[in-house]
Write a protein that binds this ligand. Structure first.
Ligand SMILES: Nc1ncnc2c1ncn2[C@@H]1O[C@H](COP(=O)(O)OP(=O)(O)OP(=O)(O)O)[C@@H](O)[C@H]1O
Length: 210
């Protein structure tokens, strides 16, 4: 049974439909990579599936409390240490420990550093480590590798693989190769919403100028 099913979904930003006619399912152990040019609606689609905004049309079916969303903004507590940040998230999600998450993202040596003093890539690694303490099965990731160097991208690829091996799934907006050849791709380009209302091209436009 799929962990996430999206049917004929349309998504909007700022009151304008940006993408439509999107359908896919995500089964355990699968990763789906969202592609498409800047502004096509990848972030908007992830926000809609995460429940941060309503769909403009269509259906999203998933198990309650199965989703973990990692947005562009890391949203870390800068005065707390790396370990304290993770413990805070672990307590919210009822996770047991943080050591595995620290180790998986190569943060053990930085555990006592205030998060505010981390480099951009280290902050991003901490943001991703939070996924591991959520215990959630379906990861929604928006450009997870921004600021990461090549080693950290490879490390993150391993983290995703381990998540998939243990029955998890991931929907990932990414412009770069994550080293996941088994992942499927969904290009949103053909799903760009047709112009509507005041901005719509009048019917017959093509015939008149064709
Ligand atoms: N807060 C907002 N208000 C109005 N329009 C917005 C808002 N945020 C984004 N948009 C617009 O919605 C459209 C979709 O944006 P979105 O961020 O989903 O694209 P994206 O595919 O994730 O792009 P990128 O590859 O640049 O991250 C764009 O045209 C964008 O300008």
């Amino acid at each position: 049974m799929s962990m996430l099913a999206v049917r004929d979904l349309a998504v909007a930003r700022g009151g304008m439909r940006v993408a439509e006619g999107i359908s896919f399912t995500l089964d355990p152990g699968k990763a789906l990579i969202l592609r498409g040019p800047n502004g096509i609606g990848k972030t908007t689609l992830l926000r809609t599936i995460a429940g941060l905004q309503p769909p403009a049309a269509g259906q999203i079916e998933t198990t309650p409390d199965s989703l973990a969303y990692a947005a562009h903004a890391d949203g870390l507590k800068s005065a707390l240490s790396v370990a304290e940040n993770l413990r805070f998230w672990a307590s919210i999600f009822g996770a047991q420990g943080i050591d595995a998450a620290l180790s998986a993202l190569d943060l053990t040596g930085l555990a006592d550093r205030p998060a505010g003093t981390l480099s951009a890539g280290q902050k991003r690694r901490l943001g991703l480590a939070r996924l591991l303490v959520t215990g959630r099965l379906v990861w929604l990731l928006d450009e997870p590798t921004v600021s990461l160097d090549a080693d950290a991208v490879a490390l993150f690829g391993q983290v995703i693989r381990a998540h998939l091996r243990t029955g998890g799934a991931a929907l990932i907006a990414s412009h770069i190769d994550l080293g996941l050849p088994e992942a499927e791709m969904l290009d949103l380009t053909p799903h760009r919403a047709a112009p509507r209302g005041a901005n719509a091209v009048p019917a017959g436009f093509n015939e008149a100028f064709g």
